[in-house]
Every structure is written in structure tokens, then in C-alpha cells.
Design a protein around this ligand. Sequence first.
Ligand code: UTP
Length: 408
Amino acid sequence: MTYQEALEKLAPAGQEHLLKYYGELDEEEKESLLAQIEALDLSLLSLVRDGAKENEKGKLAPLGAVTLEEIAAGRDAYEEKGLQAVRAGKVGAVLLAGGQGTRLGLDKPKGMLNVGINRELYLFEQLIHNLMEVVEQAGEWIPLFIMTSEKNDGDTTRFFREKQYFGYNPDYIYFFVQDMAPSVGYDGRIFMEGKARLAVSPNGNGGWFSSMARAGLLDRIHEMGVEWLNVFAVDNVLQKIADPVFVGATLSAGCVCGAKVVAKANPEERVGVLCLEDGRPSIVEYYEMTDEIIHSRDAEGRLLYNYGVILNYLFEVRTLEKIMDERMPVHVVEKKIPYLDDNGQLVKPEKPNGYKFEELVLDMIHMMDNCLSYEVERDKEFAPIKNRTGVDSLESARKLMKDNGIEL
Ligand code: UTP
């Protein structure tokens, strides 16, 4: 793209300021800036112009889960079925590690957080340990795909190499880098973070499958015969990965996807609830539900919208391929975004100053014909680390880890 073409693309959208420093740049920087402008998806800006509203929800109805009791009753059969699938190489795991962990405020990838107290124990290490339990039980390596972003790919891959993949077989680990999206101020103007660099951030965890495809990994997946992918977050230190019982239950139910859920701690808990929306599975945030829905109960007094997701999903690869080119909703999220001010100085704001655009993996659930809602015990499988202290923090996760016999 030439300077003139860039100007023609930007001017109608009121974004010519992105070329403000063009004259000061060297040739390489000029080329890089023009390439960023060429790749820019300006259609995102209309989301801010139209008031940054969340997408409207359809008609909601409850979706029952297979409960802990039901799972306990069918456990042996589910486990055997799941192990068979793992042994046949049909199950892969996808670690979503492209986020920036802004709430935790770490200056490195979240997975490099040391959760140990008297010893070193990194988040990545504990997740590998959790996956190794299934590898040992099955006697077969499980392909592990790790999504990073431009911002943390170097640090992440270096860390895994230095730590010798925490004992995992590197032949079964595949890194891939997710896409980025521009960040804008409240006025819809795209920020710059350098004179030759637009401010961009990872575009949410929803684009993981298309990013995998772009990285050429679908061929690998087919060659290996992987039919199911278990997607999970980097920060839930207690979660089971490629859990054979979960895999077996989803296969037995004949579903194209499964979601691990926990019973809500109280009706008002701020979690995304798995339910039906216009007859299809869907994850609905607490703020998208009316009070009446939040508090509705069945004849036995049980909450009808009771199961919150923990970002651990199992997807059928064939179905993912079918929906891959469908457009996902884009969420406009308020964040603190470092930017160049009018004098060309980098400012790191203390308060949110604009928006990032994110696609979310939870929206994939609504693209599925069905989804098994699979209950797990909160105290045994849900210890997310989002903050330093308080709810969902390093502190609370350490306590839960100790309760589960993990030495720190
Ligand atoms: P969160 O929504 O908690 O975001 O991610 P985050 O970036 O880790 O943390 P905050 O909100 O800035 O504090 C849930 C999971 O999705 C991954 C994260 O790495 C985490 O495993 N994720 C998030 C991505 O892989 N890419 C993204 O663009 C965003």
C-alpha cells in the first residue's frame, strides 16, 4: 500500500492522524506502518460510533446439566469411553494464553506467574502437570496447542524451552499466534503506541480456531486424527484438561460440544450462565438477565439458571470447521490503553481511556446445535487467578490448591 492509498483508506473514517508522523519515519518504519494500515479492519469502528452496545439477547430458557450425582453414577463408563478416545489420538488440548492479564498487572505472560510459596510452581507448570495426569492414565501423549499473542509469544515460547516444557513431550506441543485488533479512544480515533505503530491488542479468545487454521495447524490436526479439542484458560490452576470423564460424557450424549460448569454460589454471582437462547445453547452474562430470570426456580426450589461456565469447553473439530467462516459478535470492552499524546509522548493511563475489540470463545457455544452442560465441583476444579487479592485471585487460588493437597 502506498502513502496515498493509506490516506484514501483512512480519511473517510476520520483516521488520518495515523499518518501524522509518516514524514519522520525511516523506510522500514514507513513500510511497517503502511502494512498495519492495510491490514486494519475499519468496520470495527462502527461499533463504537453506534454507542458500544452489547448485542441483544433472544428468548432465554433453562438448560439442565448432567449433575455431579449423574456423573458419579456413570463415571466408569464415561471414563473408559473418554480414555479410548484419548488413546486413539482423537483428543487435543488448546491452551488460551494470548491474554494480557491486565487485572493481575504482571509484566510477563500470565502463565509465568509463580504460584508457589516455598518452591517455584508456575501456572504453566501446574497446567502441564494436570494434563500429564491424563497422559499417564492413557499411556498416550495428547497434542497441546498453545495460543499466544504478538505481545507475549517470544516470552512464552522461550520460557517453555528454558523449562524443558516441564517434562511434556515437545513433539506434541504446537504454539500459534492469535490476531490483533486496534484500540480506540472514546471518540473512536484509533490510538498509536509509537510513531510507526498503531495501538493494537489481542482480539479476544474467540478467534482461536481461525488463528489455528491460519497457522496451518488444521492439516496437522487431520494428520493426527484429532476429532475433539478441549479449550481452556491459562488461569484456572485446578482444572482438569482432556478429562476422560468429560470427554466420555460428551461423546455418550451425542453432543457436538460440552462445557464444564459449576453450580452458582448464589443467584447473583457474576458468571456467564449456560442456558438456551432461541432454542440454541448460549452463555448469557449476569447483566444480560432480568432479576426475574436470575431468581426463577423449578418446582423443587432449584435455580433454573444455575450453571456458570468456567472456560473449559470440548468442541468437535468437524463442527468447528463448519462454523469457522461465520462472523462472531465483537464485544467492545473498556480498558486502559497506553497511547501517544498530541506531543508524541507515550501516556500510560491510570483509568480506562478507550475501547478494545474482542471476540469471545463463549459466543461459539451459540453457534453449536447442542452442548452438554457438565457439572464439576467448584472447590476441586475452579481456581481462576484474575486478581492479586480477593475474589478469583492468587490468594484464593493458593488456598484452593492447598485444600486439594498441592504443595506450595
Ligand atoms: P480473560 O478474559 O481473563 O483476559 O481471559 P486476560 O487477558 O487473561 O485478563 P484481563 O481481563 O486483562 O485481566 C480468559 C482466557 O482467555 C485468554 C487468556 O489468556 C485467558 O486464558 N485470552 C484472552 C486469549 O488467549 N486471548 C485474548 O485476546 C484474551
